[in-house]
Design a protein around this ligand. Structure first.
Ligand SMILES: Cc1ncc(COP(=O)(O)O)c(C=O)c1O
Length: 310
């Protein structure tokens, strides 16, 4: 696919999600997740998150299912797998599609099963900053139903079945061949890079143990691939300023929940209340993490967090 956003759009279209349907997703994510839903017509319905994992809360999802619900779009945020076991049970019970937004979760696992192989379809982004990144936009869809995947191949390429035979009105959403070549060269390194991220994350968690911050939870059977290493702090904004002052590239993912974005307020989301999502948006802080981060650089980050807390 040409991008992760295009992947989500086409995955939903291929599953027959249409204008009058609803798709349940999270508001604590990059806007592309919901944008892909809105751009094909259905209403994104936002479920709250589990505050321990930042991922969509299956109990809230179940409460939000209506006759119009067609799909659940679960994001593996920051590289931590969403609770697909519970979500798949809901999907099966209520006759819904489960689509994974795995844009941040290359190589993540639940009980040894890879994210991207569990939902009915899954969508990846290879935007340059992702754990596996191209040198420009690129994406992919994975799934286990070969008929659906054939339909996606046809739709992404102008609805064609042969060079000049077009059975549906499709899209120009093929991956750029140069990006595909770059990804093919980088793919063999992904495991090493993932292990480096996991080692750095374990180190942060150990070194930050005595600070006044909440570190990511590690759960048995869950392989978190740390696209981002996100801590929580009740003094987040002060801590961020302090880190920036020390020359550290910390960030916030994401400062405004989607139901509070002007684009969605205009669409009537004002009354929506998601307490855990709103609190997370006020408290999360992403510390630098990438495979090449050195021990000295990491120690400098930890020292800066420590000096803020005195
Ligand atoms: C969670 C999530 N979903 C979707 C996307 C969209 O991917 P892309 O930028 O490749 O369109 C991104 C990344 O940008 C993302 O982080």
């Amino acid at each position: 696919m040409s991008s992760g956003t295009a992947a989500i759009e086409l995955a939903l279209r291929a599953l027959g999600v249409g204008e009058w349907d609803e798709v349940i997703t999270t508001a604590h994510t990059f806007i592309a997740t919901a944008e892909a839903i809105s751009n094909i017509g259905p209403v994104p319905v936002f479920a709250d998150i589990d505050p321990a994992t930042f991922n969509i809360d299956p109990n809230h999802v179940e409460d939000l299912v209506t006759e119009r619900t067609k799909a659940i779009l679960a994001v593996h945020l920051y590289g931590r797998p969403a609770d697909l076991t519970s979500l798949m049970a809901i999907a099966e019970r209520r006759g819904l599609w489960l689509v994974e937004d795995a844009a941040q979760a290359h190589g993540a696992e639940i009980d040894g099963r890879r994210c991207g192989s569990i939902g009915h379809l899954a969508c990846f982004s290879f935007y340059p900053g992702k754990n596996l990144g191209a040198y420009g936009d690129a994406g992919a869809i994975t799934g286990n139903d070969s008929a659906v995947l054939d339909r996606i191949r046809m739709l992404r390429d102008h609805g064609r079945t042969t060079k000049y035979e077009h059975v549906e009105i499709g899209f120009a959403e093929r991956i750029d061949a140069l990006q595909a070549a770059i990804l093919a060269a980088k793919l063999p390194h992904l495991e090493d890079w993932t292990e480096a991220r996991r080692r750095l994350a374990a180190c942060y968690t150990r070194l930050l143990a005595n600070d006044d911050v909440v570190v990511p939870v590690e759960t048995d059977g869950i392989r978190h691939v740390y696209h981002l290493y996100v801590i929580r702090s009740s003094k987040r904004d002060g801590l961020l300023d302090h880190l920036k002052g020390a020359g550290i590239g910390a960030g916030i993912h994401y400062p405004i929940p989607l139901h509070r974005q002007p684009a969605y307020l205009k669409r009537g989301y004002g009354p929506v209340s998601l307490p855990h999502t709103e609190r997370a948006a006020a408290e999360v802080l992403s510390l630098p993490i990438y495979p090449e981060l050195s021990d000295e650089q990491q120690q400098a980050v930890v020292d800066a967090v420590g000096s803020f807390h005195g």
